[in-house]
Design a protein around this ligand. Sequence first.
Ligand code: M6R
Length: 610
Amino acid sequence: MCGIVGYIGSRPVLPVLLDGLARLEYRGYDSAGIAFILRGQIRICKKKGRLAQLEQALAAADLAGEPIRVGIGHTRWATHGAPSDENSHPHLSANGRIAVVHNGIIENYIDLKRYLCAQGCCFHSETDTEVVAHLVDLHYERDCPGDLMAAVCLTLAELEGSYALGVLCADQPDRFIAARKDSPLVIGLGEDGHFIASDIPALLGQTRRVLIMEDREVAVIERQRVQLFDALGRPVCREPLQVQWDSTAAEKGGYKHFMMKEIFEEPRAVRDTLTRHIRRGALDLPAIGWPRPVRQVCIVACGTAYHAGMVAKIVIEQLCRVPVVVDIASEFRYRDPILDDETMVIIISQSGETLDTLAAMREARSRGGHILAVVNVVGSSIAREAAAVLFTAAGPEIAVASTKAYSTQLAALYLLAFSLAQRLNRMTAAEVGEKIDALLAVPAMIDSVLASQAEIQRFAAAHFNAHSIFFMGRGLDYALAMEASLKLKEISYIHSEAYAGGELKHGTIALIEPGTLVICPLTQPALLDKMISNIREVKARGALILGILTPSCRKAADVCDAVFMLPDVPPLLAPLVAVTPTQLFAYYMSLNKGLDVDKPRNLAKSVTVE
Ligand code: M6R
């Protein structure tokens, strides 16, 4: 999704903005631009395509040595209007006095545009954002000459939808304005100036002292001070957050791609997530606020986080005997869900900023649900609004394809399931202790999978030209198959579907042809005979089978054409270990096809629009 940066200070502005934009690249974008003030005028440079195009255009403008002390920048992920130079941000008011960068969607922009056209404004882009530049300028000229902050606040009162905004005014080279509603924005406090950015990793090259803006807050950013105001214009005093991640955590560290680095971080990330919540062999979770009684659990998330929820459903139902519903956030929020104050709602999100998930959480809260969020990013919107939070310890995840975040979400969800089971007297403290011991053995098992990555690499080299790949499993293996299939699709662009073993023959088996690759996680001994039958069904139509097996499912090797052997992980915990070879497979498929592994087409890391 779009990314925003801004800086005012004594350092050369353009390199600071470009560094921030480069750190936002992972979010996904199709154009980039910056605006800055030079000798009392706003100058803009914006280009469709990668940041390199923008850098070339800036180099051609020969600005080195110019006294530029303030600027804002943007990476755009197109929503309103195709990727083009014109639609790129920043957008200017008609007289060139106001420049705006925006993340989010202005839902009433057509009405506002009609009004502004009637006032004589001409539009140069198809975007919703351009109305903001014209509106700020209109108010600045007509209602509050010389008061940029007031002009921005009058504008915000007219906007419907979501926004994170950076606003620059040619008359006011000593400040710029930042504002947010339902789109993330953070302020970085530096020694020699101050920054804004869409997320914390974008600031890590500059500072680790961060102020997280709350919804409807507005900030005036100056070289030597930052003033924060609430929706009513009252000053807000907030302690800055000292970010623990260091900048190297958001760098590739010798790996070719962030995705590979992040897969190799899984053992560390899972171990840290577990040890953060375990003391002397027992659970040590933050106050969860379980309802009494727990009538149902409702899990809400998107994408990979939703797939982690599918695993959690099976584990919680099995251990706790409480019904669990898993919902896609964008469906949940509009389907009139049934919940009450005996419902525990578990919200799962790596970024903590996914708009649908955030909105679903608010919906669940308004219906009386008890909210617990499993989140990776400290200070994110979901983390701040949830009644209780269980943090994962993945560290910054930069690759669009989520890997270590999924593993750590699972780790946290297992701990939650054990905690609920103990609370409901379904497990004794001793039984929970045994399960914890088993969980603590998992990071070493992931290490051993990583040590065998060459097997997966060879397998991907033989199959990267496939047109369509199926994943098939039962129970936890089906939940895992869903995630494996998503990973493959998003970075290799190969059509893929995940099916429950018993379901293929109800229609989809028609797609199996001689040579079609079907990948089967086989980690559930209780379901193995059924799976072997399902494998025989697709083999009879010519399918090639790769089995990802635990030793207790070894007998299925006879029906597989190729086998990847997992360590001896207990069936209940198997997704934590079995996911890694599927991620490696997706990675190598993408690499073999020469694709952009970390920044796949059409995708954004943090999906902050509906
Ligand atoms: O930040 P979130 O966990 O809320 O993100 C949810 C999905 O957008 C995310 O998992 C997405 O599906 C990933 N690209 C999958 O790899």
